[in-house]
Design a protein around this ligand. Structure first.
Ligand SMILES: O=P(O)(O)OC[C@H]1O[C@H](O)[C@H](O)[C@@H](O)[C@@H]1O
Length: 568
């Protein structure tokens, strides 16, 4: 395919389009009868088992998807990514989050320079710093150990670390290492988030980590100034040096903010924000909480999947298979959404993190060459842990819209409970649902079955399940730091594969800019109206009315600085 031609004009794409008719003739309950098909739709790597037999696909579909991958030059694009080529062309950058978790002796070049030694230089610095803080060798301004950490950051500088932290919190080894310590995340510029995060904390024993790739993000910088104020109002301005550190690619702005550059942890422009959890963005706060050796296991898990992604043939390549199946669901079967359903409370922040990774990466309107696309890219990701979701939105998934689901289960619970009078243990109960739901979606329930059960006639249609609803099952052996790293990398690379097939740039995010610049205009107006009494001008009727109402109705809100600190 020539670089400017559209993937949707290729024979492979057209072939898949035509193939939909074929697939529409078959119900999943019939496809599931073919054991050979099902067996070949299971793939295993490094302890992880993926079962995609409940996708509305046959082996023929898979072969056609492999042809599409060839037409889109997916293999070549993967290699270019690993080789550090500037595949993020609109920002003229490499995309090398894989280098963040590469072994110390690996060689990964960006712009002719091996980046691995720099990565390990920062990792060693984090190991050293986090050990000093945890052991009490580094103390706060009043000589007390810093046992609590508030990580200030938003978007990619927040969601990934929050996901990993939430997943590790109940893991036996990690929680033992975190004993007596707290890690909190301040993301939203909403003052309520400030209040919630500092309530119960003492500045004397708190370390604030300001995390921002650019160090210009409005919300993060305001929250960082608020935290600086919180510390210095109690401990004096000199205490900031002992109580605030930073993670950024922009070390100049870190220094201007007043954080000692020696206490700044660098990363690089070849790390996209939403792909940055394996950089100091995640590694620093997580090492402070759990110790570096736990976080190193997380990096190793991710690295193992990186190697698999680079080297496994497509037929056995988990991120490639999952990515191609997502393209099949979105672009050919026409399903615009995907539900991420972990049967593990520890994975409750997986869906919010993948939402950003996937939707910010692949929600694009033009090809990587800037050509408007005649097909939709990206999907609407959402999710909640099971079984909670079953009692909430699953009704729609079972009888309303068709939404391909990712079911994620874990063989060994982080916190097993065995009650002596119960038939099954608590984790078995959870997993019974994990195994049952995909079949309920795939098979459904026919009117004939209901009639045999003597269901009253007027309820038969209400109780009918059409079935034929696709899902895939991901079974992890356990949920430790290593497995969490594997899961992360599977999703990251899957998103990349989708973007490679759709021929978009999955590594920029121009779509977030417009709203930000309009907010700047509003911010100026709020300031001018409040301080100088200027009337609201330069907005459309609707926005002017709303802003005016806001200003008028909030005129009596006190502006005494002391009221900005928590009141709960
Ligand atoms: O890390 P920062 O530079 O503060 O950026 C934080 C976030 O804000 C931006 O608006 C982008 O949408 C995100 O991709 C990014 O992760």
């Amino acid at each position: 395919m020539a670089s400017s031609a559209l993937i949707s004009d290729t024979e492979s794409w057209k072939d898949l389009r035509a193939h939909v008719e074929e697939i529409n003739k078959t119900h999943l309950r019939d496809l599931m009868n073919n054991n050979n098909r099902c067996q070949s739709m299971m793939v295993e790597f490094d302890g992880i088992l993926i079962d995609y037999s409940r996708q509305r696909a046959t082996l023929d579909t898979l072969n056609k998807l492999f042809s599409l991958a060839e037409a889109a030059r997916v293999k070549e694009k993967i290699i270019r990514m690993f080789n550090g080529e500037h595949i993020n062309s609109t920002e003229n950058r490499s995309v090398l989050h894989i280098a963040l978790r590469a072994p110390r002796d690996a060689v990964i070049n960006s712009d002719g320079k091996n980046v691995v030694p720099e990565v390990w230089h920062v990792l060693d610095k984090i190991r050293d710093f986090s050990e000093r803080v945890r052991s009490g060798a580094w103390v706060g301004a009043t000589g007390k150990t810093l046992k609590d950490v508030v990580a200030v950051g938003i978007g990619g500088s927040f969601l990934g670390p929050l996901f990993v932290h939430t997943a590790l919190q109940t893991e036996a080894e990690a929680s033992e290492c975190a004993r007596g310590r707290q890690l909190r995340f301040l993301a939203n510029v909403d003052p309520i988030d400030v209040a919630r995060n500092i309530t119960g904390l003492n500045p004397e024993t708190t370390l604030v980590v300001v995390v921002s790739k650019t160090f210009t993000t409005a919300e993060t910088m305001l929250n960082a100034r608020t935290m600086r104020e919180w510390i210095s109002s109690v401990l004096g301005p000199l205490a900031v040096a002992k109580h605030m550190v930073a993670v950024s690619t922009n070390l100049k702005l870190v220094e201007q903010f007043g954080i000692d550059p020696n206490n700044a942890f660098a990363f690089w422009d070849w790390v996209g924000g939403r792909y940055s959890v394996c950089s100091a963005v995640g590694v620093l706060p997580l090492s402070l909480q759990y110790g570096f050796s736990i976080v190193e296991k997380f990096l190793k898990g991710a690295s193992s999947v990186d190697q698999h992604f680079l080297s496994a043939p497509f037929e056995k390549n988990i991120p490639v298979l999952l990515g191609l199946l997502s393209v099949w669901n979105v672009s050919f079967l026409g399903y615009p959404a995907r539900a991420i359903l972990p049967y593990s409370q520890a994975l409750e922040k997986l869906a919010p993190h993948i939402q950003q990774v996937s939707m910010e990466s692949n929600g694009k309107g033009v090809s990587i060459d800037g050509v408007p696309l005649p097909y939709q890219t990206g999907e609407i990701d959402f999710g909640e842990p099971g079984t909670n979701g079953q009692h909430s939105f699953y009704q729609l998934i079972h009888q309303g819209r068709v939404i391909p689901c990712d079911f994620i289960g874990v063989v060994k619970s982080q916190q097993p409970i065995y009650l002596k009078d119960e038939v099954v243990n608590n984790h078995d109960e959870l997993m019974s649902n994990f195994f049952a739901q995909p079949d309920a979606l795939a098979y459904g329930k026919t009117p004939e079955q209901l009639q045999k059960e003597n269901i009253p006639e007027h309820l038969v249609s209400h109780k009918t399940f059409s079935g034929n609803r696709p899902s895939l099952s991901i079974l992890l052996p356990s949920l430790n730091a290593y497995n969490i790293g594997q899961l992360l990398a599977i999703y990251e690379h899957r998103v990349a594969v989708q973007g490679f097939v759709w021929c978009i740039n999955s590594f920029d995010q121009w779509g977030v800019e417009l709203g930000k610049s309009l907010a700047t205009q509003v911010r100026k107006q709020l300031h001018a109206s409040r301080k100088k009494g200027e009337s609201v001008e330069g907005f459309n009727f609707s926005t002017k009315t709303l802003i005016t109402r806001y200003l008028e109705a909030s005129a009596d809100v006190p502006s005494d600085p002391s009221t900005l600190l928590p009141n709960i």
